[in-house]
Structures are given as structure tokens and as C-alpha cells.
Unconditional design. Sequence first.
Lengths: 297, 287
Amino acid sequence: MKEIVVISGKGGTGKTSVMGSFSYLGKSDLVIADCDVDAADLHMLLGPDYQRSEDYYSGELAILDQDKCINCGACLSVCQFDGIQSENGTFRIEAMNCEGCGYCQRVCPTNAIQMETQKVGEWYTSSSKVGSTMVHAKLGVGAENSGRLVAQVKNEARRHAKKEGKEIILIDGSPGIGCAVNSALSGADYVVFVTEPSVSGIHDLKRVTELVKGFSIRSGCIINKCDLNSQMLDELITFMADAGIEHIASIPYDETFTAAMLEGKTLVEYDKGPASQVLIKSWEKIKQFAETEGCLK
Amino acid sequence: MKIAIASGKGGTGKTTLATSLSSHLSETQDVVLVDLDVEEPNSRLFIRGDQTHSQSICKQVPEWTGDCSLCGQCQEICNFNAVIKVGTQIMLFPELCHSCRACSELCPESALPLKPRKIGMLNQIQAGNLIFVESRLEIGEQQAVPLISQTKDYIDNHFDESYIIIYDSPPGTSCPVIEASKDADFVILVTEPTPFGLYDLKLAVEVMRKMKKDFGVVVNRDGLGNNDVLDYCDMETIPVLARISNDRRIAELYAAGELIFSTIPEFKEQLLLLERSLELSTVVDPV
């Protein structure tokens, strides 16, 4: 079983659109995991049926029982997060600031503080319109610990791949280099970067490449909007060669991606234009690369 | 006045707007632009100036002295799995630590003293009249929030209320976004008129309402996609502060790391519109 993760560093490079097309091309040969749980968009292209839904609990929140509170302020003195607020000598929890560390509960002399586990999202197992199983999630607003939800989504995807005898798990990762991306990369066999030839695209690719190196995962890159700036394109290609990132393909700027999105379709099902042709070839290459053993130097 | 520029979806034009708006405002006022997108800080690529200050940002994490009775209370205390007792060792996972200090301060044998761990760098740059501050998360560090929080502390300690402070926030709707916008007086949500843009805008609106923030929307790449974003804002009575047209010249300038506001008149017009609706303008409109 191979895990292929699609990430971008920078947001808005077309990662989810590309991911949607690969899901369509891979059809029922794969299991799809949408690990971009904080603003997940892939479901809009793949029409999942939300067969099974599970609540996701993570982290705790301090709850203060005013009847037991003697207003001693012990909680306030230990909290590092401005999670305890005092007004006119009485105390309350500022839920937005509480990190759920539980220090206040431990020092409260009257047991007035209880820690409660919070439901911070949901995750789903679906059958997607392309025929494959899709595991995806919705993280509640302002929730933390998205890395753990990503791990949960991936584990469920692995379970299904094993059960259904599927060779590939295709994973949509999130932007950035933080906990969600770390979690998406752990255990991956191949990384597909989707980037653009802009100063930001290159800057962010460099940072995320550094992260991927730490995981020793091989990688390739799709350059989207490749005709944006030829100088940046040269710089990007040079960087990729130096970093040992395979150049999978380049796609010129194409508003057909948006036209397809408006109809809730992936590009390759929407039309057979030049960008679709590039994506079809790219998917074949990626499947080959993923099969090749070895680590990124 | 603190203004946060945020978006649910990544790549909608937060940095383009933040750098242009702050450069434009700095021509007449004292402005500090702060890049709080610490995982992928991009504003600096558009700001030309001299670095005037640089410092490491650390968080406090426990370090095991190696000398204790292995009672295991620290493991039981830690809600983040950052302290684990394995055999005759206390193992620490500093990238998971939230620096709550509980394990250290409650250890009966004082075997877990706190030590600083570098999580990022803060840099300050002077670009004409614009002051720019950014923080960059160390690769491999998983938590953006402590770095964002300390960067805001730095701003509060160095710049008083006479400055207009503009935060370039991280994308998404989870904890880093909350941290970046929670003390802002106003939040600008940048979106694009596509189904992804709309879906993620709705999530961002939910966050802002939960935080009881004043906010408005800037539609970028106006003309691409459809009218659903405008219809949604209309229905929800969310002010649309500006509409930046879908213009390839903007994308090309952005790609090259150029500031857009001085080059493209239509973009400048939208900035002036935004400036007026935020009541930041020092110029009185002729009646």
C-alpha cells in the first residue's frame, strides 16, 4: 500500500483542484483522505454521500462551578493563557483562551473546576461519486489539535484501503508547515507539491521541502500557472533540481479550473482541454514514481 | 487601531492586500504591518527596507534532570502527551508542549526545570515610513500559536495606539487564526468568488461571529466565478468593503514580488474605498 500526499506550502496554488482530478482518474483503485481538515474543500468536487459520521472529541475545557468557587484566585495565578478572568472579585473561564491544560483544576482548593472534553468536529466515511471510499472531516471553528484529527482520518483511510485491498491512499494535505501537515506527512511514501512560479510559491515550497526532508520522503512537483513569470519559473525549476524534487508537469494559467469548480466537477471530467491532458499524464507519472522504492537524498 | 486581514481559504490575496494597504497608508500615517502567518510568512517578499532588529522567540519547556523517583505524576498531569515515562526515563516531546508549566511546578522533586526552546525568529524592517515585523516558525516546530502570541506581545510593548497596526493572519479557521485576530478591532476577510472561496468564507464568518468581531469582506479576483459570494454577503448583511478585479497584471506583479497599489490605478481605487470604509483616511472627503 502506498500513501501519496498532495501539499503546497502556500495556499491557493490549485492543490485541491489537482487533487480532485487525480481522485477522478484513480477511480475506485484508491482510497481518498481529505486531511486539509481546517477548510476542507475537496468534498465539493467529489460528491461524498456521508454514509457514516462520527463526532470528534479533542482537548478539554475548564468549567467553573460558581457555587464551589471561593474566589481565592489560585487558578488565575497559574494560568498561562489568560483563560481565567476576574471581574469584581469573581472569576470566570474565558473559553476562547483556555488551552485545556488542566493546571487550574489541579490547584483549585475546592474542586470548583472540572475539565470537560470538547466535541470539536466530525469526521465522515463516504462513498465518493468516482466510486472510491473517501474519508473526510469538518473541524469546528477555532478548534485546535487538527493534527490529531488528520491522524484519525488517515488511520480510517488505511483501514478501508486494507479491507478493500486498495493499493493507493491519496491524501489532500493542508497549507503551511505546522501540526496538520506534519501529521499528513507521517507514513507517506510520496509527496506531490503543487506550486506556482511566484516569489511566495517558491519561498513556501522551500520551507515545506525542508520539512519533507526531515521525513525522508521522495517528492515531485506540479507547477501550476507556469506562465505567470518566466524568471520565477527558472528559479523554481533550478531549486527543484537541486533539492531532488522530480518535475512532474507544468500547467499554464487556466480558468477552466474555476469553470469546472462552479459545476462541482473535477477538471478532467469537465473537459478534455490542455490542462486535463497534462493532469492525465501527471497521474500516470505519479503512480510510477510512487512505486519506485528509495528515499529522498 | 488594529486590523487583522484573514481568510478561510489560502491564496485568496491576504498578503497582497496587507502589504499594499499598509504601504499605501504609511504614506500619510504611522503604520506597522505584522506578518502573523508564521508557518509561511510571505509579506517580507514584498517589503523593501533595512532590518533594524532581530531576535529569537522561545517557549518554556521542561527538561528532565535525570534525577527523580520516577513517580510518573508529570505524565499524568500533561494533557498534551508531551511528557511520558518510559522504563526508567522521563521522555519529553517539546514540540507538543503548550508551556502550561504544570508538570514543572507541580513536580514534587523539582526534576523538570523549565528551559527556553527556540521556536522562531522575529525580524523588524524599516521600509520608508512603514514598520514591518514578521515572525518565522522554525521548520519542524508544530505550534504556531505561542509564536503568534509572543509576536503580538512584542507589538504591544513597542507600538502605542497612535499606530495603525495591520496583521497578516494565517489562513484557516483553527487556533492560529483565533490567536491572530482575537485582539483586532476589525477583521477584513479576503475571499474569491468561487465555490471554494464561498465555502471557506462561511467558515471564517462563523469564527468572527463566535469571537464577536466587527468584520467586512474584500472580494479578490472579482469577475472570476459567479455572484454567490456577493449574494451571500448581501443576505447576511456583511459589508463588502472592496472588490479587486480579476486582473492578470496583478497576478504577474505578485509573482515577481512587486507591490501592486502604486502600479495599477484600479487597485489603488479599491484601496481608497477600503480606507474610507475603515475610516482610516486622514483626508476629508469633499462634500
